[in-house]
Design a protein around this ligand. Structure first.
Ligand SMILES: Cc1cc2nc3c(=O)[nH]c(=O)nc-3n(C[C@H](O)[C@H](O)[C@H](O)COP(=O)(O)OP(=O)(O)OC[C@H]3O[C@@H](n4cnc5c(N)ncnc54)[C@H](O)[C@@H]3O)c2cc1C
Length: 421
């Protein structure tokens, strides 16, 4: 009698979604499956903390080498770029190599398309890669050293349509304001915030708008909603409403597209893979899952990538084990937004609306779980997360699962009972 071969599980992408999926599958299935992780970089980057690079953080501190945790968990690591997926042959081309699978998790993230805004590439600074963040650091240092009595400077922040993760840009504008105060040049710098959104961080509902609006007022940041950019020229932005604003420094978070497009899988016009909401399986391809920024959930966030990865990995594990009953996807987002002097925590139960102009909204039936709070203590919460997550990933363990996460969750619940409403 021959032993039945183990199923081959292939995970593409070494970011939040890919690592959480691979480590969750190993944690859940033990040695009942062969798991391979493919990523083009040899390390994971803890992207949420790249917001500190412009203020001095060394980018190397945010990297986790992928070879050790994968080896520790008996996961094969293949470093290379995925070129194409053939769902009929159940194979993936990685550079010149072909890899086959029984189940596939696609988590190859997103990319920026700044060229959608005429003039943005040539004239704007961006928040995306470590290199972008280092350029921002140079710009901030130049701003702080050049602004002074008789030398007023103007910084404009610009959020264009189709950016799918506005939070980090809000963090940077608020952190810059605190940082300029500490550098004692704040009164010589005008800060203007312009966004296409109807309300600040509109995907997270009205309470975030109130919090951010209050912070902008207190800090003298001029905020403008429903400002859709039409063109950027050297030193000047034009909006669709005809308004023109001059700037010395322009900082933007560009429109999103899928990091890699897969022609054989169903996707929307930006390359985001179409998924079955509850399970995260790719539409009409039940053996393929898509999680994180590369999938079609409209909010691109690490926390959402975790929720999707756990949903997909649990569903896939029950398939492998011949069971059923995996929990459906619940997109309840959590985030902590730093301002350097305090931070805002938000827990937001979301649902899809089907309306392109506002694709998600707060779930009315779960309004009691919609919590927002601002306090210096939330900065500590963000720091604990930034220690705990790399600790888990360095050991090849899922972040958002098991007893350690339940302890973290209990701590968060306690904090939000005291520090959020
Ligand atoms: C500045 C900034 C701050 C942020 N702050 C927060 C925050 O505070 N909280 C939060 O929840 N979210 C935050 N986000 C969003 C969060 O980082 C993303 O949503 C998250 O990284 C998505 O995870 P992912 O695994 O889908 O993609 P990624 O983390 O981008 O990972 C994709 C992986 O796939 C690899 N890859 C891509 N294409 C290929 C290919 N063809 N072949 C092989 N490998 C490939 C990449 O190298 C990478 O390893 C922030 C984002 C930015 C830019």
């Amino acid at each position: 009698m021959t032993a039945k071969a183990k199923p081959r599980l292939l995970v593409l992408g070494g970011g939040f979604g890919g690592l959480e999926s691979a480590f969750y599958l190993r944690w859940r299935l033990g040695d009942r499956a062969d798991i391979t992780l493919v990523s083009e970089q040899e390390h994971f980057v803890y992207k949420p903390n790249t917001i500190y690079i412009p203020f001095g953080l060394d980018p190397k501190k945010l990297r986790i080498d992928l070879s050790r945790p994968t080896k520790r968990q008996g996961i094969e690591f293949v470093q290379g770029r995925v070129q194409e997926i053939d769902p009929t042959a159940k194979s993936v081309r990685v550079d010149k190599q072909g890899l086959t699978y029984d189940f596939l998790v696609v988590a190859t993230g997103a990319d920026m398309r700044p060229a959608e805004v005429p003039g943005l590439v040539e004239n704007g600074l961006s928040v995306w890669t470590e290199q972008d963040m280092l350029k921002l650091r140079e710009a901030f240092e130049k701003l702080a050293s050049s602004a002074g009595p008789g030398e007023r400077k103007r910084v404009i922040f610009l959020l264009p349509p189709n950016n799918k993760c506005s939070g980090p840009l809000y963090e940077i504008v608020l952190m810059l304001e605190t940082w300029l105060k500490r550098k004692k040049v704040r009164e010589h710098v005008d800060i203007i915030w312009t966004t296409f959104e109807k309300g600040y961080i509109q995907v997270f509902g009205p309470r975030l708008h109130e919090v951010i609006g209050g912070e902008f007022d207190r800090r003298g940041i001029e905020g403008r909603t429903e400002h859709v950019v039409s063109e950027v020229e050297p030193g000047q932005i034009t909006y669709e409403n005809g308004e023109r604003l001059a700037y010395d420094f322009l900082i933007s978070f560009p429109p999103y597209v899928a990091g890699t497009r897969y022609s054989a899988l169903p996707a929307d016009d930006r390359g985001f893979l179409r998924t079955v909401f509850e399970t995260r399986q790719v539409v009409e391809h039940p053996e393929v899952y898509a999680v994180g920024d590369t999938a079609d959930f409209p909010v691109k966030q690490a926390f959402e990538a975790f929720l999707q990865a756990d949903t997909a990995a649990e569903h896939l594990a029950t398939e492998v084990l011949g069971k059923s009953g995996a929990k459906p996807f619940d997109p309840t987002s959590m985030c902590v937004m730093d301002m350097l002097d305090k931070a805002t925590f938000a827990q937001v139960p979301l649902r899809l609306t089907g309306r392109p102009e506002l694709p998600v909204e707060v779930r009315p039936e779960d309004i009691g779980r919609y919590k927002v709070g601002t306090s210096a203590a939330w900065r500590v919460g963000k720091k604990i997360l930034a220690l705990y997550l790399p600790y888990r990933f360095k050991r090849g363990k899922p972040f958002h699962a098991g007893a350690p996460w339940r302890v973290m969750e209990a701590g968060l619940k306690l904090m939000s009972r005291v520090l959020a409403k």
